[in-house]
Design a protein around this ligand. Sequence first.
Ligand SMILES: [Zn+2]
Ligand SMILES: [Zn+2]
Length: 360
Amino acid sequence: MPLIKAAVCHTFGAPFTIEQIDLRAPTGEEVEVTLAACAICHSDISYADGIWGGSLPAVYGHEAAGTVTATGPGAKGVAVGDRVVVTLIRSCGTCPSCATARPTNCETPYDGDHGPIKTAQGGKLHQAMACGGFAEKVVVDASQVVPLPDGISMEAASLLACGVITGIGAVVNAAQVRPGQDVVVIGAGGVGLNAIQGAVIAGARRIVAVDMEPSKLDVARDFGATDAVLASTDAPWRDAKAAMGRGADAVLVTVGVAGVYDQAPRYLAKGGNIVMVGMPGSGQHSTYEAANFAAAGQGMIGSKMGDVVIKRDIPWMVDLYLQGRLKLDELISGRWSLDQINDAIEDTRTGAAKRNVIVF
Ligand SMILES: [Zn+2]
Ligand SMILES: [Zn+2]
């Protein structure tokens, strides 16, 4: 029985335990990837805290990169030895969402309780987000991986699996920002910084970062924000509108706080759209004056994983990185071993905007 080392969540809110788990070989269209890096995302922490529910025991981790070490007989477009980014975007390719280039909304359910991992004793172990990347190896569907060129480190590549594509995709795919438009990004964390990078790529005129922390606003400027607004003032939307001279064509909400969603319409221009990226805990609600949206022709768009098509979007993002036009290395704040994952999570919880990466 092939055992690998993994960080397992047995109880919501408790530290992970580092233990041996059983990983079966890839079948069908699956691939086995021996991981080199897996970044820690706030979604991992939200799941581990239990705010979205879910099955236990579980292995989280969904921003990974590594080398393909085995393939199932049906795996296409990827071969043993390929360096790949491993995402949580598992897509069947044939449901109505996949057929209309929306694989992030794939309608074919995945049962992580009956995936490729078990406890060392053969008991149920949930492969969270169809990935389970806080482990030495994963077995995932071939639809979830994208081969990488030389020249990008595994650590930098791992970030492309979630935070980078979510932020950039929310701007270029969901909001479809055009050159000259004005963008407000609320929250200058891991996703927010990438929404700012997306707005630069899209050719936005003003890119206004809004955050509670002055230090995060400094980082936001490094990533391309033209203006920075402190969210702790009475009416930060007034400062944002002063910077733009008008309201925003797109307001990206990248923090999972319902109260922030309540305020988001105040930043909008007529005809503008709110893009909902951050996910508050289950059961939380936001309130809007509905008539205003109709009267001003405004919209609200939910965007999951930046609406990316990974095999279309990740290669151009990698190329921009290789040209020096996309920051990835600058997003990494720390490198940790799998044994140190609980410390790395605490650091992510308390700390700065950037990503901690588990390096194998
Ligand atoms: Zn994530
Ligand atoms: Zn599908």
